[in-house]
Each structure stands twice: as structure tokens, then as C-alpha cells.
Ligand binder design. Structure first.
Ligand code: ZN
Length: 261
């Protein structure tokens, strides 16, 4: 059994898409492409070729154009199929396979479990390839942050994040944007006494100065340092004056402060 091969591909201002290849079968996929050209160029450089065309699958997480605007051109040029959230079926260009909570999506011999993770959008899904320890969660969970609540409530997003919190610490978190530097600064303002966070924030500064991605991160380090995953933390609660509130309320307050930061 071999793990997925994963290539990170920065695109637009701060988006990430991901190229995936199952080494056992040669099946190739791309997560959340807003454009087609750079996907095909990078595949040629890597010498990856899918079973039917250059790629076999597009894996869409949610309907925003900076994650889906390349779907139709890629489909036309490669003959690939598009998988995406059932709840956003009408809004995912070219969708062929609609996925929701508990479904398994197969990329060759590698299987991803699907989680419904609404909050950023109403139908956002995440793909967890457990045997490759890889989670593609786009704009639900960011390195040191989480997505804005465009179509959902704080309660909904907190439930979504709790599903991801239940995954193993070794899980690699492949998110949709490079927002880590501004997230780190905000996180430090909410949780200034967290030494693991301070160390991570310094590392993030260094990586960004060197022009390197800060993604993927390990879920274990998110659990220790990401304030959006820590609304139960006593230090954060007392800083916010919310010792008696429930976790979703504290989460909502952290999200509100980030929106205004
Ligand atoms: Zn989005």
C-alpha cells in the first residue's frame, strides 16, 4: 500500500490547489483548480499523466470561483470527471459525482472519506485520505485560522471543525489559501501566553520571508496553536471574558474579532 503523491500548486494571489496521483494505478486528480493552464503545465513537468487524459478527476470542495473556475476548461481539455459537494451541485461547474457526509471517493486505489463541513459555504465538503494522512479542507480550516462564515453560523462551523478535530494528530492539513502570516498575528493577539503558538508564529514569519509555503501543517500543531480550534481553552476564555459561555459562542467571538482585525 502506497500513499498518494501530492504536489502543492500556488495560484492567483494566495490560493492553493493540489495535484494528486495514486502511484499504484497512475490515476491523477486536482483539488480546487481556479485555472486550467498552470495545472496542465505542472503535470507535464512532473510527467504525470492520468488514465484517460492528463487528469482523471477534479475534486471540488465548495462553489467559490477561486476554487472552481478552472473546472470546465480542464474537463474539456482532458475529459476528466468532476466530484464535488452534493449540497452545491447546482453551483459546481461540470459536476458529475455528488458527494456528502460518509461517502467514499476513490482516486485509483486511494479512498477519501467525505465530511460535510458547512460554515464558509452551506455545502462545503472536506476529503480525508486516511491512509495517506491527508486532509483537503479548503476554506474550512486554515493553518492557524478558519474560513469566514459567508453562508453559515458559528454553531455550524464549530460542528464542522469538531469533525476535523477528531482526526489523528499526524493528519496533514492541506487548506485553500496561504493566510498563515496574518492568521499567526491574530492568533497571538488572542492567545499571547501560548508558547507553542509563539514558536510557530516565528517559524511562519521565517518561512514566508523565504517565500516558502506554510502548508500543509499537522493537525496536532493546529490543535495546540490554532485559536479557532481552542474555544474551550481557559486562557482564551478569560482573555475574552467568556468563562461561562459555551464553546460555539467563544468560537463565534474569535471569528467576529478576526473579521474586524
Ligand atoms: Zn471559499
Amino acid at each position: 500500500m502506497s500513499s498518494l503523491q501530492i504536489e502543492i500548486l500556488p495560484v492567483l494571489n494566495d490560493n492553493y490547489m493540489y495535484l494528486l496521483r495514486d502511484p499504484a494505478t497512475g490515476v491523477v486528480g486536482v483539488v480546487d483548480p481556479p485555472v486550467a493552464g498552470p495545472v496542465l503545465e505542472r503535470l507535464a513537468e512532473l510527467d504525470w499523466r492520468g488514465k484517460q487524459g492528463e487528469i482523471d478527476w477534479i475534486l471540488s470542495t465548495h462553489h467559490h470561483p477561486d476554487h472552481t473556475a478552472g473546472n470546465l476548461e480542464l474537463k474539456e481539455r482532458t475529459g476528466c470527471q468532476v466530484a464535488g459537494p452534493a449540497a452545491e451541485r447546482e453551483r459546481i461547474p461540470g459536476i458529475d459525482v455528488a458527494l456528502s457526509e460518509g461517502d467514499l471517493f476513490s482516486l485509483g486505489e486511494r479512498a477519501a472519506r467525505i465530511f460535510d463541513t458547512p460554515g464558509h459555504t452551506a455545502g462545503h465538503i472536506s476529503y480525508w485520505f486516511d491512509d495517506s494522512q491527508a486532509l483537503f479542507c479548503a476554506d474550512t480550516l486554515f493553518a492557524l485560522g478558519c474560513g469566514r462564515l459567508f453562508e453559515g453560523s458559528a454553531e455550524q462551523m464549530w460542528l464542522s471543525l469538531q469533525k476535523l478535530l477528531a482526526l489523528p494528530n499526524e493528519t496533514l492539513v492541506y487548506c485553500g489559501h496561504e493566510y498563515t502570516l496574518s492568521n499567526a498575528r491574530f492568533a497571538t493577539s488572542i492567545d499571547p501566553d501560548n508558547s507553542a503558538l509563539a514558536a510557530r508564529a516565528a517559524e511562519v514569519e521565517k518561512r514566508r520571508q523565504a517565500g516558502e509555503p506554510t502548508v500543509p501543517s499537522r493537525l496536532g500543531e493546529e490543535k495546540a496553536t490554532n485559536p479557532f480550534l481552542r474555544p474551550f481553552d481557559e486562557g482564551i476564555r478569560s482573555r475574552l471574558g467568556m468563562q461561562e459561555a459555551d464553546d460555539a459562542e467563544v468560537f463565534g467571538e474569535i471569528r467576529r474579532r478576526k473579521d474586524e482585525a
